[in-house]
Each structure stands twice: as structure tokens, then as C-alpha cells.
Design a protein around this ligand. Structure first.
Ligand code: LER
Ligand code: MN
Length: 283
């Protein structure tokens, strides 16, 4: 298991949901705190100077865990359930460029609120609009080694795919090997029956996990039981990223430090425990 933190660059929208802003300043800070990677919140692929980002990552020995796309939705209201052909082409084009970028950085692109609303559409129609764009993007991404990860988001933010079970049902309809889920334990705390057992039950679909406490502050600052959640993940043999996506409160540096201080010892113990049992699982 590896630990990442959500960051955006200085030109990100005020609504970008990240802990840190400013790659030059914050990538070294994340490395110093012990994070293994950074989740890049992007609006467009051309925000990234590939050579500069790669050298920043190399200098700080960090990886990109995933490219997240909340700003694609926030910026122009683009959605996969959109009916307008021009807007559908636009969101598809933006995603193809983000997939190209992910070939070199993380190989994972998230689909958050950009999946769209059901709104006034009949649900099967909204689903078909989503499926058409998503299958096309999966087929584009597959030869590039990139996987798309859909995030169930709570009902107060969106009306389409609120819990993990709904996500799994939709994944089965997408029916592509590079389409998986990105559960977020903050949303799961609102929408799912349980957190750890639900993640374990659907582990084959779980590719990446957002960590935030019940109040969306750093893990350890609310009432979610992270050791218990991680124990379920351990028994389900999860070996992917967990990424801190929290409010930058009381300030970004404190929120990032609290997250690292709370989660890194748990992750080290998790990985040591996995190293002990891995030979048994493999043999
Ligand atoms: C995005 O990862 C997320 O969790 C959303 O709640 C942001 O609005
Ligand atoms: Mn999230």
C-alpha cells in the first residue's frame, strides 16, 4: 500500500478539491512528509509541462498516483451524461488528452462528478449516455496501459452512482477490463452499509481509494476507524494506493502533516504484515 496526497497547480480553480496548491512548492513538501506519491487534480492536460514535472518528481523521488478530473466538471460543467453532441465531443477530447498524459504519469484517470447527473433524464438514458463515452475512452486507454476509475460520490453532490454497490453494477455494464472503482471512505461513510467489509466484498473492482475522516479533515481527526478499514483491506489483499483528499484545514501544511503522521505508521505496519504473509499467499 502506498500513500498519496491530492494537489493542484497554482492556476487551479478555487473549487479544486485538494490539500496543496503549487507543484513547485508542494511536491517537495509532500516528499518531506513521507508521502509516496501525488494525485494531480487537472482541468486540462496542457497545464502540465511534462519535462518539468518529471524532473520535480525525480528530484523528490515521488510518483504520480492518479490524475483526477473534478475540475473538468467544475470548469465548464462538462459531463458524460450530456446530450449535446458538441459538448460530448469536447469532454471526450479532454479525457483523451488526460489519458495520454497518464500513460507517463500514474496510468490512472479518475471519473468523479464529470460522469454527470441523471437530472430529468430517464435513468436508463443517462446510463446509456455515460456508457457510450466511457466504453470509447476505455478502448482508447487500454492499449496505452491506462485504467479509468469511477468514484461513487454522496447524494448531496450528485444523483448518479452514490455507493460502491451501484458503482459495481455500472462497472459490469461498462464491461471493460480497464474500468474500475475509486471508492472514497468519506462518501462511503454517508452512503454505504459498511466501509471495510464493503470494500473487501468488491475488492476486484477497487483500484484506488480516497481517505478522509468523517468530517473531511485529515484521517485521525474524525470518527472513522481507519485501522479497522485497513484490516479489511489487508484480508482482501489490497495493494494499491490510498490518497488523502481532505479539506485543507486548519491549513494545508497542518492537514498534510496530520495525515502523514497518522497514516504512515499504519501503512508501514500494513506492508510489513503483507511481506510476512505474501510468501504464503503466493505458494
Ligand atoms: C472528489 O474526489 C470527491 O470526493 C468529491 O466529493 C469532490 O466534490
Ligand atoms: Mn474523493
Amino acid at each position: 500500500m502506498k500513500l498519496s496526497i491530492a494537489i493542484a497547480d497554482t492556476n487551479a480553480l478555487p473549487s479544486a478539491f485538494v490539500v496543496y496548491r503549487g507543484f513547485n512548492e508542494c511536491i517537495p513538501k509532500a516528499a518531506k512528509l513521507g508521502f509516496h506519491g501525488v494525485e494531480l487534480a487537472l482541468k486540462r492536460a496542457d497545464e502540465i509541462n511534462v519535462l518539468h514535472l518529471q524532473s520535480l518528481l525525480d528530484e523528490n523521488q515521488l510518483e504520480v498516483s492518479c490524475i483526477s478530473t473534478g475540475q473538468v466538471y467544475a470548469d465548464e460543467g462538462l459531463m458524460f451524461t450530456e446530450t449535446d453532441t458538441v459538448k460530448r465531443q469536447r469532454v471526450t477530447g479532454i479525457f483523451k488528452e488526460l489519458i495520454d498524459l497518464a500513460t507517463d504519469f500514474g496510468q490512472l484517470v479518475n471519473i468523479g462528478r464529470v460522469r454527470g447527473q441523471i437530472g430529468r433524464l430517464p435513468k436508463p438514458e443517462a446510463e446509456d449516455l455515460f456508457l457510450e463515452i466511457t466504453r470509447g475512452l476505455c478502448d482508447y486507454a487500454h492499449p496505452k496501459g491506462v485504467t479509468l476509475i469511477l468514484e461513487p460520490v454522496n447524494r448531496y453532490e450528485i444523483d448518479f452512482i452514490n455507493n460502491v454497490e451501484e458503482g459495481v453494477e455500472l462497472m459490469k455494464k461498462v464491461n471493460r477490463p480497464n474500468m474500475k472503482l475509486m471508492p472514497d471512505v468519506f462518501h462511503m461513510n454517508i452512503e454505504d452499509r459498511t466501509i471495510g467489509p464493503e470494500l473487501a466484498k468488491h475488492i476486484d473492482f477497487v483500484k484506488y481509494i480516497h481517505f478522509a475522516d468523517s468530517n473531511r479533515l485529515a484521517p485521525g481527526q474524525g470518527h472513522l476507524d481507519f485501522p479497522k478499514i485497513m484490516n479489511s483491506l489487508f484480508h482482501a489483499h489490497y495493494d494499491g494506493w490510498v490518497s488523502v483528499e481532505i479539506l485543507p484545514n486548519p491549513d494545508p501544511d497542518t492537514a498534510a502533516r496530520q495525515s502523514a503522521e497518522f497514516l504512515l505508521p499504519l501503512i508501514h505496519a500494513y506492508n510489513e504484515r503483507r511481506a510476512e504473509v505474501l510468501p504464503i499467499i503466493v505458494s
